[in-house]
Design a binder for this molecule. Structure first.
Ligand code: NAP
Length: 408
């Protein structure tokens, strides 16, 4: 049995633990997402006090901080399965709030766990035997099925709460329903933020959750509420949404964002001395998306059935943009070839998508630039007296437009 140092003695639980805990958790009072002040209702706290005392697992991190452990929020024993980038990110806040943390992962993260006051278990059997209130699945999407299969779930307490934080939702919902005993509770969640985007705290960031199965027993309800309250009390915007709806929306938001970020990364964008705000936003997008593992991105594609369509639409949109540009170019060239006139523009104001071939030979439409008052036969390049100022003015307009769109 491999286990982080100095913890084995903590994990020898008394034989009475199971009964004690069950009885104790039933004393929790119900608590929904109240503002922190309102949530100060008298709760029976620390339902696993006796157990934790026996296991000798005090959580010190953040103790005494204003937003740290207090007497108004039930504390949970949370086992994080998949203690990588995101698992550790969540653990920092869980620890600060005073929850008891257990961790299990493929890689030996015992040092990182110890730094957070968490107990690391290399062996999933040992993790199960420590009987957490909540098991949080934070492994990669691609490995979730295999990792879950390694957990001897029958060794958990009978009605353990399972939560996943995978960035797709239908897949883990079906997986957990198929793999867990019927009397396990299941909440599928997706914090819509990560280490890159939530450096300044979780306030106002969205937390999507779907209570797939929470038993009727008040204690189970209270445990589910206590878990969700971890995010609510950090100021997250709690979004109760079905897994199917999440995946529908996430393909159009998250997968798109990651895809564009990864495409831009391939261009090797660098900051320049004349960066616009728009360009800086692109650089941030690259940084935000490419700091996540490729496994994560791949999982967004593989395990969201809406992603293929989004990718196809993105490709079509790029083709359409190119087609418009090349059609315009083609028209200009043809005008020069066949008519000797320089139709350098363009459409009437407000026409965002002109018919693509309205000036093609045989078209009854006027040449593209005949709606300019002075454009009967303008020279191609500025040999007219006013052409340079016209060019300047046009450049100026472009700048002005850029400014506007950046501010938007
Ligand atoms: P990730 O690459 O998606 O997952 C890394 C985790 O998966 C690590 O704990 C790693 O274990 C484990 N893992 C990967 N392959 C494995 C395998 N073959 N067998 C066993 N374990 C394996 O990166 P992440 O950012 O940490 O994300 C974790 C989960 O959180 C994902 O499901 C992701 O969708 C979700 N999520 C992430 C974010 C974010 O901003 N990063 C936000 C919301 C949700 P070891 O470290 O032990 O090797």
């Amino acid at each position: 049995m491999a286990m982080s140092s100095s913890t084995s003695s903590r994990l020898h639980l008394p034989s009475s633990w199971h009964a004690t805990t069950t009885k104790a958790t039933c004393r929790w009072r119900r608590q929904r997402f109240l503002p922190v002040a309102a949530a100060a209702a008298p709760l029976r706290l620390r339902a696993v006090h006796a157990t934790d005392a026996a296991a000798g697992q005090p959580i010190d991190a953040g103790s005494g901080a204003a937003d740290g452990p207090d007497d108004q929020h039930p504390r949970l024993k949370i086992a994080i399965v998949g203690f990588g980038n995101f698992g550790q990110f969540l653990a920092r806040t869980f620890a600060r709030q005073g929850h008891t943390l257990l961790a299990h992962s493929r890689t030996d993260h015992s040092a990182a766990a110890a730094a957070l006051g968490a107990t690391f278990f290399a062996d999933p059997h040992d993790l199960c035997e420590s009987q957490p209130d909540v098991v949080l699945l934070a492994t990669s999407i691609l490995s979730a099925k295999a990792v879950l299969a390694t957990l001897p779930v029958h060794r958990f307490r009978r009605n353990t709460l399972f939560v996943d934080v995978l960035s797709v939702k239908e897949f883990p919902k079906n997986l957990l329903l198929a793999s867990l005993p019927d009397d396990f509770d299941i909440i599928c969640t997706h914090p819509m933020f990560g280490p890159e985007s939530a450096g300044g705290g979780w306030g106002g960031l969205k937390f999507v959750y779907d209570e797939v199965r929470v038993g009727d027993c008040p204690a189970r309800r209270a445990r589910a509420d206590a878990f969700l309250d971890i995010f609510a009390r950090e100021g997250c915007t709690m979004v109760n949404m079905s897994c199917a709806r999440h995946d529908e929306l996430a393909a159009a938001t998250q997968f798109l964002t990651h895809t564009v970020g990864r495409m831009l990364a391939l261009l090797g964008l660098e900051p320049t001395p004349i960066d616009t705000m728009g360009y800086q936003a692109l650089l941030r997008l690259v940084a935000n998306t490419c700091s996540d593992s490729f496994d994560l991105y791949n999982g967004l594609f593989m395990y969201n059935q809406n992603s293929t369509e989004l990718l196809n639409r993105l490709e079509s949109a790029m083709d359409e943009i190119k087609r418009r540009l090349f059609d315009e170019l083609h028209q200009v060239l043809r005008k020069q070839l066949f008519e000797g006139s320089p139709p350098l523009n363009t459409d009437s104001p407000g026409s965002s998508s002109p018919p693509l071939n309205k000036n093609s030979p045989g078209s009854s439409s006027p040449p593209l630039n005949t709606d300019r008052p002075d454009s009967s036969t303008p020279p191609l390049k500025g040999d007219s007296p006013d052409s340079s100022s016209a060019t300047e003015s046009s450049d100026h307009d472009q700048d002005g437009n850029n400014e506007k769109s950046e501010n938007n």
